[in-house]
Each structure stands twice: as structure tokens, then as C-alpha cells.
Write a protein that binds this ligand. Structure first.
Ligand SMILES: [Mn+2]
Length: 437
């Protein structure tokens, strides 16, 4: 017998991969995990017949010749299946996209799929092999791709994910169904927790980061808490959110953390409590401490261990070209052109910033052919200035509020630097936003 399976706690990308394995390799039977990830529970419930899963127990007496493993390359994550493979020396092939993880399944051959979703790789294999899918199968696979790529917007996304999604639409995938399966808050107790969290959110600014913390006591653990935390994150848009749930009955505390700033390394933060995860999503389960005490401790831990947020001074241009307010518009225009700038701060004779002149201001002078007029007659003022120590969140706010093309930064009285819209966008582009699977 040949079998295929994914990791324990099958998630949507895992199920998407498996439905395609079934069509690509019809002589393989799929084996299900004892655990379904809460995010995949609904899709599994409606579509389990399409998979025709065996249970791990069903393979105990079989002689297994070949195994395909999808969406993981870690032995511990497939231990529940391998434990049931007896009296056989199967050939193992792995198709996985977690390129940062080291494969530790002995003797296996690994195909690194390196796309945002593992399902995308198998979908393109199926397309190229001329496989035709049922609309239900295409819906399952497309849900897997959207789940692992944040609907094709995470940093892990490759053009192949789009290609795979396009092919699955051709195969009849239903976007309406995909959308409904991606909704992560479905259970009444999740909605109840969400309702109880919103009034107890506390905001803190630590090292320039806008942080959200909450503390809530629960009767018992609620499946899908992480999805609730992510929903709050979406609503409030902090740099990071730390949700602390205390379950007095079992004496445990759950810490669920989400970040959207590379500078806030959650993996490192939760390691102090024996937790795990990655840079932008991590969690820990702590026992033997009381909830309120942990909250206070954790806050102190944040104060001492967070790296400072990126400030305006970290990305500003320090060599600022300025122009004297008594120069003519023509001179200003030539200077900007020569320096390839969209604008420059204007200074008076004593060197103080008195305004800002941009190409748009110069155009106004050009219209009435007054290029000999002094810069001070056309410059915009007051200049929007800020201290170079402000955070990038404040930089963004100033750009939006004042509709400016450049933000002038000062240190004390002195001109210290400048940030253009372009600099700001470049910073946003490089900021860490990665997969949260
Ligand atoms: Mn995956």
C-alpha cells in the first residue's frame, strides 16, 4: 500500500495539498491526523468525503511501500503516522515549503516547493500534468493557498501562487465558499471572548512601539483563541499585541502574541517562558504562576527586552539641500533639477527654516511667468517640522494629516534631516511582514 499524509493538526494548506496528491497519485491513500487545526475544521466537516481518509490505525497491519508527506519535513510533526508504519521500509518523498526548517526525516527525498502555499506547488504539477479537478477539489485547494498566503498578500507570496490560484478558478473553485471557509471566527465561544477582550485592551508605548496588552480569565481553554487575537490585531492595528489568558481551573496561562514589526521579535520574547513560534507570531503556555502576577512580570519583561522602534532619524536623509528665501523661483527650480529633488526646505538669512518649496509651488510661479519672484513669495508655510526622534507611526500620521511631500526633521533648533514620501514608502516596503501559518 502507498500512503500520503500531512502534519499533525492538519490545516487548510495541508488539506489543499492532500486533495491534489490524491488526484496526482491515484495509487496513494490519504491518512488523516487525529487532530484537525481549528481553522480547517469547517472545511474538513463539509468535504471529508472527497478525501476518503484512512485513520492511522488502519495502516498498522499494511505493508507500506511508498509514502508522500506534504507541508512539513519535521519527524515530530508526523510521528503519529510513522508510529503506525510497521514491518515495512517505505520510500519517503516529502513536498514541503517550509524552507527555513531542516528536514529530519531519515532517508527521505525532499522537494522544496518554496512558494507561499505548499498547495500552489502541487496545483501547478497537476495543471502541467493535464489533471482536471472537480469544482469542490478546486475550492479546497484554493482555500489552502489563500490561508497560507494571507489571500495572496504575505511576503512569502510568489508569482506561482497567483498562477495556481488562477488555474484553480478555471477548474471551478468558488470564491464565495473559499471566503466562508477562511472566516476564522465562527464559534459562539470565540465571539464571546472577542466581546470580552475589547473592553479590557490596554495600550502602552514601550521603546517607541505602540503595544496592546490584555488580560482575561477563562473558565476553560477555547479552541481558536489565536484567531480571536488576530481579529483584535486587525481592528486595532498596534505594532504588537500580547493577549494573556488565565485559566485558574487548570492553573495555566496562555500567552498569544502577534507582531507586525520586525524589530519586535516574538520568538525571542516568548522563549523566556518556554514558548515557541516565529518572529511575528508566537505563543507560550505557562503553569505555576497566578494570572495578575504574570501580567505585571510580563510587562516588566517587555520594558527590559524590547529593541527600540525605528525612528525618523534612522531613515532620514542627513545632507539636506536648502535654499535661501530671497533666491528667485528660477534659481530654486534649477537647484532642485540639478539635485534631482522634489522640494527643499527654505531658510532665512540666519539659517532658520522659514518654509518649504516644492515643484508644485514653483509651477504656480511659472504659470504667471514670475520666475524672478523670490522663493519666500511662493513657498508653503508654516513648514511641517518634527523632532528627529519621532517614531515611524508618527511620521506616517504627519504625512497624512498635512498632505506634505516632505517632512523636515530637527534636533533642537537645528535642521537635522528630511524624509520624502518616497523614503517613507521604501521603509514600508522593507518592513517585516511574513507568513503567519
Ligand atoms: Mn503550509
Amino acid at each position: 500500500m502507498n500512503i500520503a499524509f500531512g502534519h499533525s493538526g492538519m490545516d487548510l494548506d495541508c488539506l489543499g495539498s492532500l486533495i491534489l496528491v490524491k488526484r496526482l497519485y491515484p495509487d496513494f491513500r490519504l491518512v488523516r491526523s487525529r487532530l484537525i487545526h481549528p481553522s480547517a475544521a469547517h472545511l474538513y466537516e463539509f468535504y471529508k468525503d472527497y478525501f476518503d481518509f484512512l485513520n492511522p490505525k488502519d495502516i498498522e497491519k499494511e505493508r507500506i511501500e511508498k509514502i508522500i508527506i506534504v507541508d512539513t519535513c519535521i519527524a515530530q510533526r508526523v510521528a503519529e503516522y510513522l508510529r503506525c508504519v510497521r514491518n515495512s521500509q517505505p520510500a519517503i518523498s516529502i513536498i514541503d515549503h517550509h524552507s527555513s526548517e531542516r528536514c529530519d526525516i531519515l532517508g527521505a527525498s525532499l522537494v522544496e516547493s518554496s512558494f507561499g502555499a505548499n498547495t500552489s506547488y502541487l496545483a501547478l504539477l497537476a495543471r502541467d500534468a493535464g489533471v482536471r479537478l472537480l469544482p469542490e477539489e478546486a475550492t479546497i485547494a484554493l482555500t489552502g493557498i489563500f490561508a497560507d498566503t494571507g489571500r495572496l498578500i504575505y511576503e512569502n507570496v510568489r508569482r506561482e501562487d497567483f498562477e495556481a490560484a488562477a488555474w484553480l478558478l478555471d477548474m471551478g473553485a468558488s470564491l464565495k465558499l473559499v471566503k466562508s471557509f477562511l472566516e476564522t471566527i465562527k464559534e459562539d465561544d470565540q465571539i464571546e471572548v472577542l466581546g470580552r477582550l475589547l473592553p479590557v485592551l490596554n495600550t502602552f508605548t514601550i521603546q517607541g512601539h505602540a503595544l496592546l496588552l490584555s488580560y482575561l480569565e477563562l473558565e476553560e481553554n477555547v479552541p481558536g483563541l489565536a484567531a480571536v487575537v488576530e481579529k483584535v490585531m486587525e481592528l486595532q492595528n498596534p505594532d504588537a499585541y500580547f493577549a494573556i489568558f488565565s485559566i485558574p481551573k487548570s492553573g495555566t496561562i496562555l500567552l498569544i502574541a502577534r507582531s507586525q514589526r520586525a524589530r519586535i521579535d516574538l520568538h525571542e520574547l516568548v522563549q523566556a517562558y518556554g514558548g515557541g513560534g516565529h518572529q511575528l507570531a508566537a505563543s507560550a503556555k505557562i503553569s505555576g504562576t497566578d494570572g495578575p502576577g504574570f501580567y505585571v512580570d510580563f510587562l516588566a519583561h517587555l520594558e527590559t527586552s524590547l529593541a527600540p522602534a525605528v525612528r525618523a532619524r534612522d531613515i532620514m536623509t542627513r545632507e539636506v539641500r536648502t535654499i535661501n528665501e530671497n533666491k528667485s523661483l528660477l534659481e530654486a527650480s534649477l537647484m532642485l533639477e540639478e539635485a534631482e529633488l522634489g522640494g527643499a526646505p527654505v531658510v532665512n538669512d540666519s539659517g532658520e527654516v522659514s518654509g518649504f518649496i516644492g515643484l508644485k509651488d514653483i509651477m504656480k510661479g511659472r504659470k504667471v511667468s514670475l520666475m524672478k519672484a523670490p522663493v519666500k513669495a511662493y513657498m508653503s508655510r508654516p513648514t511641517v517640522c518634527a523632532d528627529s526622534g519621532i517614531t515611524m507611526r508618527e511620521v506616517e500620521r504627519l504625512f497624512y494629516r498635512h498632505h506634505i511631500s516632505h517632512l523636515v526633521l530637527t534636533e533642537g533648533e537645528a535642521l537635522a534631516g528630511i524624509i520624502s514620501r518616497w523614503d517613507y514608502l521604501r521603509f514600508q516596503k522593507s518592513r517585516g511582514r511574513e507568513e503567519l501559518d
